[in-house]
Structure formats: C-alpha cells, structure tokens
Unconditional design. Structure first.
Length: 330
C-alpha cells in the first residue's frame, strides 16, 4: 500500500479533476439514453483517471532524461521566477527511473484493462478512441514529435481532454455521438486547455531555459499571450450560448455563465503577471477549493498555484453545472 500511495502522490493527483470531471460530465450527458451502460461508465472513468496518472509519470520520465529539472534550477539561480520543482522523487533518490517506468506501465495497464471491459460492452469501435488517446498522449512529451516542446502541447490537451475523451466516453456508454456532446466537449476542452496554457504563461521563462517551446512562446509577445488567454477564458461560454441559440442545447445550459466572472478574474490576474505588476496573493471563498494553500505559500509557490487552481476550479464548476443541467433537463 505504501508503494501505491507513493506513486499515486507523485503522479500529481491534484491534476485529476481535469480528466475526471470531463469524464463524469460525459457520463451525466449520456444518462437517460436507451443504451446507457453503468459498467461501461464506471470502466471509462477509472480508465481515464488511470491513463491520466500514467501519462503524468511518463511525462516525468521523458523530462528526467531531457534534464528539465536541472534546467529549471539553473534558471532559478540566474534570478528567473518560475516553478522549479520537477520529479523530486528522482532527484532525491527515493525512486529510480526504472521504477518510474514500471509505475507508468502499471497505471497504463489498468487503463487498458478498463478499455477491454468497455470493448466487451460496446464493441471494437472503442479501440480507435483508446489508440488515438495513447498516441496523442505519448506524443505530448515522447519522441519523435514531442509536441509539448514545440508549442503544440495545448492542442494535445484540448483534443485529449475535450472532444476525443468526452465523445469517446459518451460513445462507450451509449453507442452514439450527438450534437450536445460535441458542443459541450469543445467548451470543456478549451477550459481544460486553459489550465495548461495558464501554466505555460506562468512558466514561460524557465520553460524557455530548458528548451521547451510552449504555446505561450508561440504567441510571440505578451500581447499575443493575453489574446489567446482571452480566447480560452471566454470562448467556451460563447459556444454554449451559440449552441443554445441554434437549438442544440437546452437554454438551462446558460447557467454555466455564473462561472464567467471567475474566468474574467483569472484573465486579469494573468495580465498583471505578464505586465510584472505585483498584486497580493489572497484566496477568496468564491475562487473554489484551494487545498492546503499555506503549504504552497510556505514553499514560495502561492503566486503560481493560486492562478493554476483557479483555472482548475473553473473547469470543476463548469462541468458540475453542465452535468447537473443534463441530469435535470436531459
């Protein structure tokens, strides 16, 4: 049990909401369909979470051999502000790269076994979603593409945690794909992408030092970075409004607009960061759950984690509202 807990904690479970909540939202959106399968639903959620944790550890494995942790420390020693902690369990000697790779295989094997259960329920077509998810997820950090180092990591996240994953879960449970899941999976995918993009804006300098070229760098300037941030923070709500106007979504889905002020706050906060404007790092109840924030403050990560957690909480609130609306209104 100690080993399980060790690898689970190092697989960054704090990031699980960005996969678990879209998956659960897809489950809620599929509720009430004639071919709904609870077995497929449970297997999908467990499989998605296991694959996410496995891919997080695989990212550490690739980064370790790339030397990103050392590059981040060098950037810190040169006076650049950044989130410097990277695979500490390897640098401390608590685990070896070989043990890390074994943990990756275990998590992905669990995900694959869940996929086999889903295929037994829904048929072999599910395999295409699984293969696409593995190939795209591997290519985030793995060669030869290494999309996360070429400015395309956010695109990977959008596809993985939005349209691909949510339509895959919906199909696995119901055997069909509908306009409703297409509209909402696109909105959710953009918001999940915003978590990673917020990360890349905050880590732009150390990422550049370690040779990682992110979407933030691809935008070319501070103005460009903020334009894309505005798109990722606002477009999801516009898509829902358009979906309602086109008759593809029930008007009740406009309830997600209550989350919009939090997205606007995040946009303003990132703008302050990019402009090097020092602002108090203060948590508010309406920002959502923050975990043990005092621990982050003591580690000097409060400036990073507050914005990251708000981006994550936007996804949580948006998904929970969309799921609730779906369960009530269909």
């Amino acid at each position: 049990m100690g080993k399980i807990g060790f690898w689970f904690n190092n697989a960054r479970p704090i990031s699980l909401p960005q996969s678990m909540l879209p998956a659960l939202t897809a489950v809620a959106l599929s509720a009430g369909r004639g071919s709904f399968s609870w077995i497929a639903a449970a297997a999908c959620v467990i499989g998605v979470m296991s694959a996410h944790l496995g891919m997080n550890l695989l990212d550490d494995w690739f980064d370790y051999y790339k030397g990103s942790g050392e590059a981040r420390k060098k950037a810190s020693s040169e006076g650049f502000r950044g989130r410097m902690t990277k695979y500490p369990y390897l640098t401390s000697g608590e685990a070896t790269p070989k043990q890390l790779l074994v943990a990756v295989v275990v998590f992905l094997a669990i995900a694959a076994s869940m996929g086999c259960i889903v295929m037994a329920v829904r048929g072999w077509m599910v395999l295409w979603w699984m293969l696409a998810g593995f190939i795209i997820g591997y290519s985030y950090s793995g060669g030869p593409l290494r999309l996360g180092f070429r400015g395309l990591g956010e695109m990977v996240i959008f596809i993985m945690f939005g349209p691909l994953m949510m339509t895959g879960v919906y199909y696995a449970i119901t055997g069909e794909v509908t306009p409703k899941i297409a509209w909402l999976s696109t909105s959710v995918g953009l918001l999940v992408t915003n978590i990673v993009y917020t990360h890349s804006v905050l880590d732009a300098v150390p990422d550049r030092k370690m040779g990682k070229f992110t979407m933030a760098h691809l935008m070319g300037s501070d103005t460009g970075m903020m334009i894309l941030s505005g798109i990722l923070n606002i477009l999801p709500y516009l898509l829902v409004a358009v979906g309602v106007a086109c008759g593809q979504l029930h008007p009740a889905y406009l309830a997600v607009l209550v989350v919009l002020p939090l997205s606007i706050w995040l946009l303003k906060s990132l703008s302050d960061f990019v402009a090097h404007k020092e602002v108090p790092i203060v948590t508010k109840w309406w920002m959502g759950p923050m975990g043990d924030f005092d621990k982050y403050r003591a580690a000097g990560l409060d400036w990073f984690i507050l914005r990251w957690l708000v981006a994550r909480n936007v996804v949580q609130f948006f998904c929970l509202i969309a799921a609730l609306i779906s369960l009530i209104f269909g």
